[in-house]
Design a protein around this ligand. Structure first.
Ligand code: DQA
Length: 148
């Protein structure tokens, strides 16, 4: 059984009612359900959300220790958390795929969202496609696992 961690940062637990014009009307549980449905047999998705930076960093350490690929929506931490970036670097330096995702396209929004301190420590970033950003990331991780 391969485990993929799907980690979500602050305020993403409010999806559904949070700025639906930007983030859509799906809840995080809806996104989890659609992603779990898309995962093939033998692949377990461990889907989590926290508003707490230390918890998110601990989960990234766990990914490094358990060699679990990561789909990460760092939410607002994207734009300023060097501690989170360093934790992402620990994962990628261990040779584990970590893909940064965003529901919205931060580059089309306020200027403070144009900077990601995380991207440089990620394998890649997928942004602007709503829940499909998660699906595209999952698809790529599955491709990597097949090639392995
Ligand atoms: C987000 C974009 C961030 O700028 C914002 O702080 C979020 C969500 C997204 O998924 O579009 O909370 O990561």
């Amino acid at each position: 059984m391969t485990r993929i961690l799907v980690l979500n940062g602050p305020n993403l637990g409010r999806l559904g009612t949070r700025e639906p014009d930007i983030y859509g009307s799906q809840t995080l549980l809806d996104i989890e359900a659609s992603l779990v449905a898309a995962a093939p047999a033998g692949v377990e998705l461990d889907f989590r959300q926290t508003d707490d930076e230390a918890t998110l960093i601990g989960w990234l350490h766990e990914a490094a220790d358990s060699q679990s690929p990561v789909i990460l929506n760092p939410a607002a931490f994207t734009h300023y958390s060097y501690a989170l970036r360093d934790a992402c670097q620990i994962v990628t330096s261990a040779g584990i795929a970590l893909i940064e995702v965003h529901l919205s396209n931060p580059h089309a929004r306020e200027s403070f969202r144009h900077t990601s301190v995380v991207t440089g420590a990620a394998l890649g970033v997928i942004a602007g496609f709503g829940d499909q950003s998660y699906h595209l990331a999952l698809s790529h991780i599955l491709t990597l696992l097949e090639r392995h």
